[in-house]
Design a protein around this ligand. Structure first.
Ligand code: DQA
Length: 148
């Protein structure tokens, strides 16, 4: 059974109380449950994580790269939060590991402030998902299943 990494960046631990008009009222624990269900449907194991630290995300992407090279990882769903718009380091980690990665945003970043329109992740990602609310996580896992 292959594993899916679902990696969440800064402030996503605040889901449920953080700007609910933008991100909805479900918590990160609810998102984890939703991802567990989606992974079970597709026969994947789930590894679900959150950090507020950029370097930790880099380390986790390297770990994902090692697992993908070993044939045990289906891919990564990454909501890098605000690091999406700032992090060359995340871009380089995705490129450097060659992992199958889906960039995910709960909100439609293109309908929001101009500083959210540019992503350092998109040019290195296999696919991009934005604006489906937290259900986008399940859709992204289904998308990874179709890429196997
Ligand atoms: C986000 C969008 C980002 O612009 C923002 O900084 C986030 C969350 C989203 O899921 O919609 O933290 O990635």
């Amino acid at each position: 059974m292959k594993t899916v990494f679902v990696l969440n960046g800064p402030n996503l631990n605040l889901l449920g109380t953080r700007e609910p008009q933008v991100y909805g009222s479900q918590t990160l624990a609810d998102v984890q449950t939703l991802c567990e269900r989606a992974c079970a449907t597709h026969g994947f194991a789930l590894d679900f994580r959150q950090t507020n630290t950029e370097g930790t995300l880099v380390d986790w992407l390297h770990e994902a790269g090692r697992l993908q090279a070993a044939g045990t990882l289906a891919g990564v769903v990454l909501n890098a939060g605000a690091y999406t718009h700032t992090s060359v380091a995340l871009h380089d980690a995705i490129k450097g590991t060659g992992i199958t990665l889906i960039e995910l945003h709960i909100s439609n970043v293109h309908a929001r402030e101009a500083f959210r329109h540019h992503s350092y992740i998109s040019p290195a990602a296999k696919a991009v998902m934005a604006g489906f609310g937290v259900n986008g996580y399940a859709l992204a896992i289904t998308g990874l299943a179709g890429m196997q």
